[in-house]
Design a protein around this ligand. Structure first.
Ligand SMILES: Cc1ncc(COP(=O)(O)O)c(C=O)c1O
Length: 439
């Protein structure tokens, strides 16, 4: 229970993706953050096992980012990017292009992962039309995919609660998800079984006709629905089928981008290059909202036609390329480069995997999956109460000073990439104690 003095009234703020009434009865309020730790409003240190929400990859309270934003706001607080510009957006885009997977060197700025997903889908449609493939208006997503909360994102997404209430884009269809505990439980690396599930794309081509499909979008590693790793060979096969049928491949790297897997992007980690890649979160270390869509040069160039006075893509946001966000992003890249954070996960991955696998013996654990500095720990659900066990573990960890993330009965860990070995052990032992107390 919060012991905050002068506590705010909680009624007015309608919280996102939150059980508002439950939360407001027993709020968990954070007051400050530094390095690997939050401080709660009652003064306790909380080890951040989730990098905020998969975004604070360089750790909290980075002074360089705060200083860059502050300086930027004093110099040029805002400038439109519609028929205007400022140097910071161009500089930041150039730096991103330099670290992008091969060929993805045209960058469109957004303000979030959801906007990045919808932007990528729109670019795909516009591209297909520009090359004379205007009948290609259909998208293929995947079950258990998460691509944010825009109408495009939920249409290609595969989380039923996010979809059932809302009208969806016409014609979106889905690949089956790749999660198969019976065949792949406790895989030490990527799952052995399931590459053939990529052939679902071939099946959907047979069903709908390739000439109706603009793009297929997947998370290389599904994050929000519980850290689902791609089976060996799956992404390669998807790439191959998409290419064969003129379908653009979009990787949603909102979670996997910026070092989470131990490589700059999942495309680098898996050696599979998409045509479009969405990012956000780690782009600015979570300090200022921003997203970036990385687009293959050929896709971009196909739209740079018609009279030079004409706008090539009728799309953009008031805050696309916001100067403060560009400043935060560049300061973030400086830190990533200086501290080697985009590849640090690779050096810690084995240590991380071995530590997290100590939880194998903990009660209720039915699978453990790790890659880079991510872990998914899946619990057997209590009969009639899906999610109850993980939620109890979450609440207990928070009381013991550890922030974890849960989806249903899957616990996800994704610490800032500055995590030290001792902190990894602290996470595992705190979570182990919490699980021991869960009925
Ligand atoms: C893969 C993926 N795409 C898109 C999003 C949406 O990002 P945002 O919440 O910034 O809109 C998320 C958020 O978790 C995500 O994990």
């Amino acid at each position: 229970m919060s012991m905050i003095r002068n506590s705010p009234k909680l009624d007015s703020y309608w919280m996102p993706f939150t059980a508002n009434r439950q939360f407001k009865k027993a709020p968990r309020l954070l007051a400050s953050a530094s390095g690997m730790y939050y401080k709660s409003d009652d003064g306790r240190d909380i080890l951040d096992g989730t990098a905020g929400l998969w975004c604070v990859n360089a750790g909290h309270g980075r002074r360089e980012i705060a200083d860059a934003v502050s300086e930027q706001l004093r110099t040029l607080d805002y400038a439109s990017s519609f028929q205007m510009g400022h140097e910071h957006a161009f500089r930041f885009a150039e730096r991103l292009a330099a670290i992008a997977p091969r060929g993805l060197d045209r960058i469109f700025f957004t303000n979030s992962g959801s906007e990045s997903a919808d932007t990528a889908l729109k670019i795909a449609i516009a591209y297909q039309r520009a090359i004379g493939q205007g009948t290609r208006t259909r998208f293929i997503g995947r079950e258990r995919g998460y691509h944010g909360v825009g109408f495009g994102g939920i249409s290609v997404g595969g989380i039923v609660s996010n979809r059932r209430v809302f009208p969806l884009l016409n014609g979106a269809d889905h690949l089956r998800h790749t999660h198969d505990l019976a065949k792949n439980g406790f895989s030490p690396g990527l799952p052995e079984h399931g590459a053939e599930l990529a052939d679902d794309l071939e099946r959907l081509v047979q069903l709908h006709g390739a000439e109706t499909i603009a793009a297929v979008i997947v998370e290389p590693v599904a994050g929000s629905t519980g850290v689902l790793l791609p089976p060996k060979g799956y992404l390669e096969r998807l790439r191959d089928i998409a290419t064969r049928h003129g379908i653009l491949l979009i990787f949603d790297e909102v979670i996997t981008g910026f070092g989470r897997l131990g490589a700059p992007f999942a495309a680098d980690y898996f050696g599979v290059v998409p045509d479009i890649m969405t990012t956000a979160k780690g782009l600015t270390n979570g300090a200022i909202p921003m997203g970036a869509v990385f687009v293959k040069r050929e896709v971009h160039d196909a739209l740079m036609t018609g009279p030079e006075t004409g706008i090539e893509l009728f799309h953009g946001y008031t805050y696309s390329g916001h100067p403060a966000a560009c400043a935060a992003g560049q300061a973030t890249l400086d830190i990533y480069e200086r501290e080697g954070l985009l590849t640090r996960g690779a050096t810690l991955a084995d240590r991380w995997r071995d530590a997290v696998n100590q939880l194998r013996a903990a009660p209720h654990v039915i699978d453990i999956r790790t890659i880079g500095l991510v872990a998914g720990i899946e619990l057997e659900s209590r009969a009639g109460a899906i999610g109850a066990r993980a939620h109890e573990a979450f609440a207990d960890c928070y009381e013991q000073g550890l922030l974890i993330r849960v989806t249903g009965d899957i616990i996800a860990l994704s610490p800032p990439l500055i995590v030290e070995e001792g902190q990894i052990d602290q996470m595992v032992s705190t979570l182990g104690k919490a699980l021991a107390g869960v009925k």
